[in-house]
Design a protein around this ligand. Structure first.
Ligand SMILES: Cc1cc2nc3c(=O)[nH]c(=O)nc-3n(C[C@H](O)[C@H](O)[C@H](O)COP(=O)(O)OP(=O)(O)OC[C@H]3O[C@@H](n4cnc5c(N)ncnc54)[C@H](O)[C@@H]3O)c2cc1C
Length: 374
């Protein structure tokens, strides 16, 4: 039976409890009545629990880089209630042939000779690569700590969070939506679609046209090492996008860097994929791997133009998109939440009339650009 009490009458109902939904819940907390529903029995079960936790300001197209800069401005100084920092500097290095590195390196990266690169990461093999580029301005985050911090901020300000509550029914009623999620019923003035790989499916549930968001598989693993890497070893990535590794408390994190289209699902690694990746890495670096501790696959979801989607749906009043973050969901999280909260609190009329001006980045992310009904 679906139950509905007055606490389920909200200004904003957020669908999805990953980094996108939780950062928006924390941003809106205290400003209006907010609830968040998550289909799984725990928050951040899908892609947000499976990332590499790296924040690279030079990575991605211009709007993503702007969002990353703004996110880092806030995240660089942030700490949780126990005083633990939520982000810290962590360098990033590309290696490969001269042509590959030249094609992939961003302005601002230092070009390094192989000898210089081997001083930065002594595990790299002599003669195994021609060129390298080092990004000093790259950061790491502690994703579980960050997610817990956002959840605590949201709950402390009264956001109701319901796990094990998949949205199953939705209907436009008057000025808002009647939504069934698990055993709960909600009346929401605005609904935010922060459902990651399922964002198009959620739109369809609301009778809203999908935007063509495509999930792509990406696998990663923690491997144990006979000897730990020096903690200041940067994340090292093949410039031809076939692998990366970086030090981790338990040894090293490795990834085949694949980007393979998938349906929305609880993705799992393909047999042998990490072993094959370790072979590729072994040709370039002496990683003393003793075993695979844990491997996982997550879905990075993007629309055709590779930019996140943020804004009110062009045709469905009160239906707001916060999706398509691809491989940038953590590094853009605070800025996306800030922009989404600004637009939601201002309302669609203020956006239409220009009373709430939007930035160039916000215009680039507007779902209007993807609508098949344009
Ligand atoms: C291997 C890997 C490495 C990555 N590395 C990085 C990195 O270094 N830096 C970076 O910034 N990003 C990285 N990413 C990308 C980043 O993890 C994602 O962009 C981000 O996690 C997406 O967050 P989300 O909240 O949109 O999606 P999710 O975390 O998937 O959350 C969406 C939630 O919506 C819920 N949901 C779906 N349907 C419903 C429904 N009907 N009702 C209720 N809830 C529903 C789902 O259960 C899910 O929990 C990486 C991703 C992968 C896979």
């Amino acid at each position: 039976m679906v139950t509905m009490d007055s606490t389920n009458d909200v200004d904003v109902l957020i669908v999805g409890g990953g980094i996108a939904g939780l950062s928006l819940a924390a941003e809106l907390a205290g400003a209006c009545r907010v609830a968040l529903v998550e289909a799984e029995p725990s928050l951040a079960y899908h892609t947000s629990a499976r990332s590499a936790q790296q924040l690279i300001p030079s990575y991605g197209p211009a709007p993503v880089r702007e969002l990353t800069r703004r996110t880092l401005t806030r995240l660089a100084d942030a700490a949780d209630d126990d005083g633990r920092r939520l982000a810290w500097p962590s360098r990033f290095m590309l290696v490969g042939t001269r042509a590959e590195v030249a094609a992939e390196a961003h302005a601002g990266m230092d070009a390094l000779s192989p000898e210089e690169a081997r001083k930065v990461a002594p595990v790299l093999r002599e003669g195994a690569f021609e060129a390298a580029a080092l990004d000093h301005d790259s950061w790491r985050t502690d994703a579980p700590a960050l997610l817990a911090h956002l959840e605590a901020r949201a709950r402390a300000a009264g956001v109701r969070i319901h796990v094990g509550s998949p949205v199953h029914t939705a209907q436009r009623v008057g000025e808002g939506w009647l939504v069934g999620a698990g055993a709960e019923g909600f009346h929401a003035r605005n609904v935010v679609n922060a459902a990651g790989a399922w964002a198009d499916d959620v739109a369809i549930l609301f009778g809203v046209e999908r935007l063509g968001l495509q999930p792509f598989r990406r696998t990663a693993a923690l491997v144990s090492l006979a000897e730990p890497l020096s903690p200041d070893t940067p994340m090292v990535a093949a410039a031809d996008d076939t692998w990366y590794f970086r030090p981790d408390a338990a040894g090293a994190l490795v990834s085949p860097s694949e980007s393979e289209p998938s349906r929305a699902e609880d993705a799992i690694p393909r047999p042998g994929h990490i072993e094959r990746t370790l072979e590729l890495i072994r040709a370039v670096a002496d990683l003393p791997v003793t075993g695979i501790v844990r491997a996982w696959t997550g879905l990075r979801t993007s629309p055709a133009d590779g930019l996140p989607v943020l804004g009110f749906d062009p045709e469905a009043p009160g239906f707001f998109w916060l999706a398509g973050q691809g491989g940038y969901g953590f590094q853009t999280s605070f800025a996306l939440a800030e922009d989404a909260a600004g637009q939601l609190l201002a309302g669609a009329d203020a956006l239409r009339s220009g009373a709430h001006p939007v930035s160039e980045t916000e215009r680039a992310l507007d779902p209007h650009r993807l609508s098949v009904r344009r």
